[in-house]
Design a protein. Structure first.
Length: 317
């Protein structure tokens, strides 16, 4: 069942965070649904502009609708990740997305407010929820590579004004994480102080943490042992998610970790079985391994086991 992130956030706020997982293909979709059903978790499926263009946005839509039939008990939101004005309006028009992110965080405050307001107006007219971003994460975002020196953390006072002026439903905050596999070059730091201050100024307002892959070191080792070159990759400590959830983080974005699972599985299969050329062999292993990854991640987020409660909250059996 596709629901708005608003409903999911109402249930989760202050208690746990929802995993927001990026998908690009059928194997990721199957693994994702399987993992969330196995761990009894509500979740958010996210589609980036790159994912929409990879095969075809309609193909992704069709596969997700089919997954909904295969897993009738699943409760999830369909979310556009890092949209611009054009892709937000297109996703809103499609009637398929229950949530969109407008990312105008590379603009100055005034322009960011003005672009975000346009999306909020169009989305709310169709009861679709809007995530916006203030502050800028480092690392590689779609279409933009943000140098660490240009990244800047969210200013809590500005966040309060931004929320009031735009009417957005949730806010992606830059709190020290970054996109991709190489997050913390020095010592790791999620800026809990900033979360605390935002929560004080905007109580009960759902916050979003991007760049939250944990880059499991055993995964990196296995990839490198099978011919990969991922030196120095480092991620977010997943044991900090519950602390962030208490401070208002309701959505935790994860993409890179899923790519690592895919890379490890395929590299190992082709290293160990050089005679293999049937894509279904590694595909099957990937779906099972990705589902396992999701189960463990949901335990860390606190979303595991919440599905029956969320269904009840939504008035469903
Ligand atoms: O934040 C960016 C996400 O990881 C999406 O990545 O644009 O390569 O699909 P992508
Ligand atoms: P990671 O690169 O840490 O997986 O972050 C993904 C993300 O923020 C998607 O919006
Ligand atoms: Zn992101």
């Amino acid at each position: 069942m596709i629901v708005s992130t608003k409903k999911l956030f109402q249930h989760a706020y202050g208690k746990y965070a929802l995993g927001a997982y990026n998908i690009n293909n059928a194997e990721q979709i199957m693994g994702l649904f399987r993992g969330n059903i196995d761990s009894q978790a509500p979740f958010i499926i996210q589609i980036s502009r790159g994912a929409r263009a990879y095969t075809d946005k309609l193909l992704l839509e069709g596969m997700i609708k089919s997954a909904e039939q295969i897993f009738p008990k699943a409760v999830f939101a369909v979310h556009l990740d890092h949209g611009d004005l054009e892709s937000c309006l297109d996703s809103i028009k499609s009637g398929f997305y229950s949530s969109v992110m407008i990312d105008a965080s590379d603009q100055d405050f005034k322009n960011n407010v003005s672009i975000t307001k346009k999306v909020v107006k169009a989305a709310h007219a169709k009861k679709i929820t809007v995530e916006a971003e203030l502050g800028q994460l480092g690392g590689v975002e779609e279409h933009i590579a943000v140098d660490e020196k240009d990244a800047h953390l969210t200013d809590p006072e500005e966040a309060k004004d931004f929320i009031n002026q735009t009417g957005c439903d949730s806010l992606a905050c830059a709190i020290g994480t970054s996109h991709g596999a190489y997050k913390f070059s020095g010592s790791q730091a999620i800026h809990f102080d900033i979360l605390k201050r935002i929560q004080k100024l905007a109580p009960k307002f759902p916050l979003v943490m991007h760049g939250s892959s944990s880059i499991p070191q055993d995964e990196v080792k296995r990839i490198n042992a099978a011919g990969g070159k991922l030196g120095g990759a480092k991620g977010v400590d997943e044991n900090q998610f519950k602390k962030a959830a208490k401070l208002g983080v309701t959505k935790v974005n994860i993409d890179t970790d899923g790519r690592l699972v895919w890379t490890r599985v395929h590299r190992e299969v082709f290293r160990d079985q050089p005679e293999v050329f049937d894509l279904r062999g590694p595909g099957k292993i990937f779906m099972a391994e990705y589902a396992k990854y999701i189960v463990n991640k949901n335990k860390k987020l606190g979303s595991a086991g919440q599905l029956p409660k969320v269904r009840k909250f939504l008035g469903k059996k």
